[in-house]
Design a protein around this ligand. Structure first.
Ligand code: C5P
Length: 242
């Protein structure tokens, strides 16, 4: 019996990153998880290898799917990609805020016109970038200010929220209000291996900082018992509704 039988979770806060090279490996993990306890993130590698069929399979298995393809193109192309993603029945999808206001508005309109109306969020500045890499592409604004500006532009375009570091969450929560959705990767439970993440935050602290959803990969996917690891994170954060 899983913890899900003891308590109802209407809106699971944990999004498990399915960073796998093929559908078989991804499904082997997913079979061990419970849609009442988590959602699933499908990114560029898995989507390119396994395609929409896998996404549909995950949706049919009752998992909320975050399709993390970070669309960035001319407004018409992005809008059409968002329509196609919405038709797969995904729960959440994203675009790059640096595609601009018009591109984001077109994306939001496409999502809103779909039957499923998934949550649309934007990526501000990739956490792999620093001030130097921003300067190299001609952006001389201070990195934090640039993140704030792009998050505000995202809100202005009518999108639901942004992907951000849990370390930026309190600042963005204050700037953008309680209704803005903050999705934070770089999460490590207390005592977990940091892997290649350099600035990590515990799940409980991320939620305290104002994160709406936590993207967690290896602490769950590489665990000997992934479901137990997921349940332990829930217990650590007291994520169960009574
Ligand atoms: O295994 P781990 O928990 O580090 O996985 C984090 C997931 O979140 C990966 O899919 C990674 O690509 C993604 N991500 C991230 N940092 C960002 C944006 C996305 O770690 N800034």
């Amino acid at each position: 019996m899983t913890l899900a039988h003891d308590a109802k979770i209407h809106d699971p806060k944990i999004i498990v990153a399915l960073d796998y090279a093929d559908a078989t490996s991804a499904l082997k993990l997913v079979e061990q998880l419970d849609p009442a306890l988590c959602r699933l993130k499908v990114g560029k590698e898995l989507f390119t290898a396994a395609g929409p069929k896998l996404v549909e399979q995950l949706v049919q298995a009752n998992f909320g799917v975050f399709l993390d393809l970070k669309f960035h193109d001319i407004p018409n192309t992005v809008a059409k990609a968002c329509t196609a993603a919405s038709q797969l029945g995904v729960w959440m999808l994203n675009v790059h805020a640096s595609g601009g206001l018009e591109m984001m508005q077109a994306a939001q309109q496409a999502v809103q016109s779909s039957e499923a109306k998934p949550i649309l969020i934007a990526v501000t500045v990739l956490t792999s970038m620093n001030q130097q890499t921003l300067n190299q592409i001609g952006i001389h604004t201070d990195l934090t200010t640039h993140v704030q500006n792009l998050a505000k532009l995202t809100q202005q375009a009518g999108l639901a929220g942004v992907v951000c570091s849990a370390l930026e969450a309190s600042m963005l929560r204050q700037e953008l209000g309680n209704d803005f959705c903050l999705v934070t990767p770089g999460i490590r439970p207390a005592n977990a291996n940091q892997d290649d993440q350099s600035r990590v935050v515990t799940p409980a602290d991320a939620l305290k900082n104002g994160a709406s959803y936590l993207v967690i990969g290896r602490p769950i996917t590489k665990a000997i018992n992934p479901l137990k690891a997921l349940e332990a994170i829930h217990a650590e954060c007291k994520l169960f509704n009574a």
